[in-house]
Design a protein around this ligand. Structure first.
Ligand code: IMP
Ligand code: MG
Length: 176
């Protein structure tokens, strides 16, 4: 895919507004109960950094996972493994997984299966974008920043072939 242009989808201001609202929803959901927030690298890193700072809860732990699905292009593939696992144990804890995009749902399905086997108190999902047109696995996104039918987007952590993650807003890639 050759990139012709980037078209603005979510501005910095809109993202900030949604992140603040999600932080309030998450606080309301868990009250003062301790929470382990797990970032799915690399795409969710910027969303995660903003979201955890929007929480007013006193007891928040942070951890990171990285998942590999073979291939680097725009098409998501289905063989998923941990290339970096968590360091903290989720056992007996409320866990909130923070992902950039839920697309087909295969990545999140894999991660939720793995986490559930480790006996957490609960597992919920926060995603910056719930992209639903290509969904193949039923995934409940408990806290969704935005809902998008389709289109390939970049920026605010999201990449196309490792580019554009540092853009402060989200753009749709318009191919040539
Ligand atoms: P799924 O397994 O199909 O749900 O894939 C989800 C992963 O694919 C996300 O975590 C992203 O890393 C990647 N992905 C899906 N759609 C996009 C997109 O529009 N832009 C950038 N990455 C995407
Ligand atoms: Mg990802």
């Amino acid at each position: 895919m050759n990139v012709k242009e980037l078209k603005l989808v979510y501005s910095q201001e809109r993202i900030q507004g949604r992140v603040a609202a999600l932080g309030a929803e998450i606080d309301a959901c868990y009250g003062d109960a301790p929470l382990l927030v797990v970032c799915v690298l690399k795409g969710a890193s910027i969303f995660f950094a903003d979201l955890v700072r929007a929480l007013k809860k006193p007891a928040v732990e942070l951890d990171f996972v990285r998942l590999s699905s073979y291939g680097t292009g725009a098409v998501s593939t289905r063989t998923i493994t941990f290339s970096k696992d968590m360091e903290l144990s989720p056992e007996g804890k409320h866990v909130l997984v923070v992902e950039d995009i839920v697309d087909t749902g295969h990545t999140m399905h894999f991660l939720l299966q793995q986490l559930s086997a480790r006996r957490p108190l609960s597992v919920r999902v926060a995603a910056l974008v719930d992209k639903y047109a290509r969904r193949e696995r039923h995934i409940v996104t408990d806290f969704a920043g935005f809902s998008l039918q389709d289109g390939f987007i970049v920026g605010y952590g999201l990449d196309y072939a490792e580019q554009y993650r540092n853009l402060p807003a989200v753009y749709e890639v318009i191919p040539e």
